[in-house]
Design a protein around this ligand. Structure first.
Ligand code: C2E
Ligand code: MG
Ligand code: MG
Length: 765
């Protein structure tokens, strides 16, 4: 427009100047009053001058105009280039719609968004609309028609690419209106947002997964502050997002793992960027539970750790089912007992720990003639019976024992700590006797029997296979020797153990049936020959075997735990006897009672003695307790303390069988005893055996130097007394003075057992 005004102004100026020149230049010449010739010549010159002037003027004008145009063109093309570059950099396309001509300009970059050239894309709205995705067509066209003209236009739609795929296009633009509000131009840019849409889509999906997943997710920043958790995290841990965000994940620690565990975890995270494993954590409720956890570190664009993400699942249910599976794999479903697999595992384990001092035993228990029951009464009854057998055997289990059903009618019993063959045999007898009682199943009464094979380890076998094979051949032996019995892998053991077991049960009977007796042997003063005391010695009046000496049953009683009851009975009997003797003239002044080394190692002997003294009313000074040297030396400190407590009661104390137990002199010096009883093995060779002579002299001298009295045991001949007298031995005991014998019925106390039942302590081993 400005160019047009300039052009008319120039033209008008020129017309005015030319007109003025035509009108005025002739008059000026006429006014000069020149000659005609000169005037003619000037007339020509004037014409030429006008042409030259206007020609120069025109030239200058055109030159200026051309320069201005060039300038404008330059800046225009720079702008266009800038715009193109900007659009290209942004990968955006330009569109420009001319409503008047109903034409659309699509920039080359716009066409490129769809893989086309401008020409291919065309320049009409229809061509554009034809490329719209059918699902977007309606809304895109509707948006064009209805958008608020005062606002910017913005619409997202899909356009078909040349390759047939659809691209998400974000189109933004502005409608320009003229003074009358008529649209003059609609211009804008279009961007391909297909990738962004896909990213947003996958982000949305990830967020949905994050929220919906069953796995707990916890995200921390690099300083290990929790920045994000998902709903599953809250469900599993009990902590709401608000409670945990900003905290350290160590809040969840259970304390079950040591620092080495966490060290390993961090090492893996730092070196590999990931760690996975089982972690025990604590819920808000305080419950500790197992998780399977995957932890990853996330690095930023500079490669530095920016976040840690932990994804975990609560595996407590899994653990439970694993446990159940494990149980199923290791147990027999019928009896609920461990099966062969678990049994052999335990035997193997027991084998590893067993030593000669601490042996173990495997007992294979096989029901006799079970097949007949199954065949005649059916498998249901058979199953019920097996279950009942398992239940019944189970009642005999002690600590360290495993009962298993190995298959069919075979059961196995592992006894991890079995003192010796006797204990295994007594266990076998108890098993057999418990099975001997009738079974009541479905209103039927059954009597069954079983055979047991016993293998001891590590004595008989060193590995699992040997143990099981030995037990199996022992079982075969038991079956072939008439069933309803037990056998050891080694025959001699069977016999020995049988005798011992029989002895133990017979001893039980002896106590219950009052078959025990107390015999007394006199103790004499060697110098004066006077009776000073009597030693109580237990005897067993066996109904068939007659009088059994203590040497035959005391060791068995000690092993089986019966010794406690026997000693208690003898002590009380002897004290009562002494109370009676007190009133007679020619009677011992004190009674000596033997205390088993087993009793001596236990607490409570002093209390027991005090109680008996109180019950019987015996003066403590009239009771002497004999403790063997070996019992003291087995646990010297405890023995010394016990002896002090006993002495505090006022009773007298003697060390029995002195010389056989390797007492240390230092120890002996501190023992609060009154008497040493020199063992009869040293007295036997007196006075001729030089060793016995030397030992006896030394013991007497030692005793006296410690201010103890010395008594010699087992004196059978007068020359022994003579020698002992010579060397100053104080007292003597032996067949020469008198054998152990019962008190004449008139002077004896009635048996205690009739007044009080004897309680038998259970064996503890
Ligand atoms: P001990 O306490 O050393 O008892 C002495 C043993 O020597 C007694 O044997 C006795 O009969 C025997 N004896 C005594 N004089 C002679 C002799 O001149 N020649 C020979 N050859 N032997 C003689 P006994 O009664 O068989 O007792 C043996 C051991 O049994 C006792 O040795 C004692 O350790 C233990 N004992 C006896 N009664 C009891 C008891 O009631 N409780 C406990 N725990 N042990 C007892
Ligand atoms: Mg004795
Ligand atoms: Mg003795």
């Amino acid at each position: 427009m400005r160019m047009d005004a300039g052009a008319s102004r120039l033209t008008l100026g020129y017309l005015l100047l030319a007109t003025l020149w035509v009108l005025l230049s002739d008059q000026l010449l006429a006014g000069l009053d020149l000659s005609v010739r000169l005037e003619e010549r000037l007339q020509s010159f004037k014409g030429l001058a006008f042409v030259a002037f206007t020609g120069t003027w025109l030239y200058l004008l055109l030159h200026c105009h051309a320069r201005a145009r060039a300038q404008t063109w330059l800046s225009l093309s720079a702008n266009t280039e800038r715009l193109d570059l900007a659009l290209d950099a942004a990968r955006d396309g330009l569109w420009d719609w001319d409503p008047a001509r109903q034409q659309v300009f699509f920039s080359p970059s716009y066409a490129a968004l769809l893989g086309m050239t401008q020409a291919e894309l065309g320049n009409t709205r229809e061509a554009w609309a034809a490329r719209l995705h059918p699902d977007d067509c309606e809304q895109a066209l509707h948006a064009l028609l209805t958008f608020d003209h005062t606002q910017h236009y913005e619409n997202t739609h899909r356009l078909r690419h040349r390759d047939g795929s659809y691209r998400w296009i974000l189109s933004r633009g502005r409608l320009l209106l003229d003074a009358q509000g008529k649209p003059t131009r609609f211009i804008g840019i279009a961007s391909d947002i297909t990738r962004r849409r896909a990213d947003e889509e996958s982000l949305r999906q990830a967020a949905a997964v994050f929220d919906a997943t069953q796995e707990g997710v916890l995200v921390t920043d690099r300083a290990l502050r929790v920045v994000h958790v998902n709903p599953a995290f809250t469900r599993i841990t009990g902590y709401g997002a608000a409670e945990i965000i900003g905290q350290q994940p160590s809040l969840l620690k259970s304390g079950r793992h040591d620092s080495a565990f966490y060290h390993g975890l961090w090492h893996a995270l730092q070196s590999r960027g990931a760690w996975s494993g089982e972690v025990w954590n604590r819920r808000k409720s305080g419950e500790i539970y197992p998780q399977w956890q995957n932890i990853r570190s996330i690095r930023d664009e500079r490669g530095e750790v920016s976040h840690y993400v932990a994804v975990f699942s609560d595996i407590s249910a899994l653990k439970r089912s694993q446990h159940e599976l494990d149980y199923l794999a290791h147990h027999d479903p019928l009896s609920n007992l461990p099966n062969r697999l678990l049994f052999t595992e335990r035997v193997e384990h027991a084998l590893e720990r067993a030593t000669v001092e601490q042996p173990g035993a495997v007992l294979l228990i096989d029901l006799d003639h079970f097949k007949h029951i199954n065949e005649s009464l059916g498998h249901n009854i058979g199953d019920l019976l097996l279950k009942a057998v398992g239940d019944r055997l189970g009642t005999l289990l002690d600590k360290g024992m495993t009962l298993a059903r190995l298959g069919g009618d075979e059961f196995g019993l592992l006894c991890e700590r079995c003192q010796d063959a006797t204990q295994a045999a007594s266990l076998a007898r108890r098993l057999l006797s418990t099975l001997g009682a009738p079974f009541d199943l479905n209103d039927h009464e059954f009597y069954i029997s079983a055979s047991i094979g016993i293998s001891l380890f590590p004595g008989d076998a060193e590995n699992l296979e040997q143990v099981m094979r030995n037990a199996d051949s022992a079982l075969f032996k038991a079956k072939s020797s008439g069933r309803e019995g037990y056998a050891f892998y080694v025959h001699e053991l069977t016999e020995f153990a049988r005798l011992r077991v029989e002895l133990v049960s017979a001893l039980h009977h002896a106590l219950e049936n009052h078959e025990l007796r107390v015999y007394y042997q006199p103790l004499h003063d060697l110098a004066s020959g006077a009776l000073i005391g009597a030693e109580a010695l237990v005897r067993w009046q066996h109904p068939q075997r007659g009088l059994v000496p203590p040497g035959e049953f005391i060791p068995v009683a000690e092993d089986s735990g019966l010794i406690g009851a026997i000693d208690a009975w003898v002590l009380e009997q002897a004290c009562r006897q002494m109370v009676l003797w007190q009133e007679q003239a020619e009677a011992p002044r004190f009674v000596a009672v033997n205390v088993s080394s087993r009793q001596f190692g236990r607490d409570g002997l002093d209390r027991q003695v005090a109680r008996v003294l109180a019950d019987t009313g015996l003066d403590p000074a009239r009771l002497e307790l004999e403790v063997t040297e070996s019992a003291i030396m087995a646990n010297p400190d405890a023995a010394q303390a016990l002896l002090h407590r006993l002495r505090a009661l006022g009773v007298r104390l003697a060390i029995d069988d002195f010389g056989t137990g390797y007492s240390s002199l230092a120890r002996l010096k501190r023992l609060p005893v009154h008497k040493l009883k020199l063992d009869q093995s040293f007295v036997r060779g007196l006075p001729h055996d030089s060793d016995d002579v030397a030992i006896t002299r030394a013991v007497v001298a030692l005793g006296h130097s410690l201010e103890l009295k010395v008594l010699a045991e087992g004196i059978e001949r007068p020359e022994q007394v003579e020698f002992l007298r010579q060397i100053g031995c104080d007292y003597g005991q032996g067949y020469l003075f008198g054998r152990p014998q019962p008190v004449a019925p008139a002077l004896a106390v009635p048996p205690l057992a009739s007044r009080r039942p004897v309680t038998v302590a259970p064996r503890t081993s």
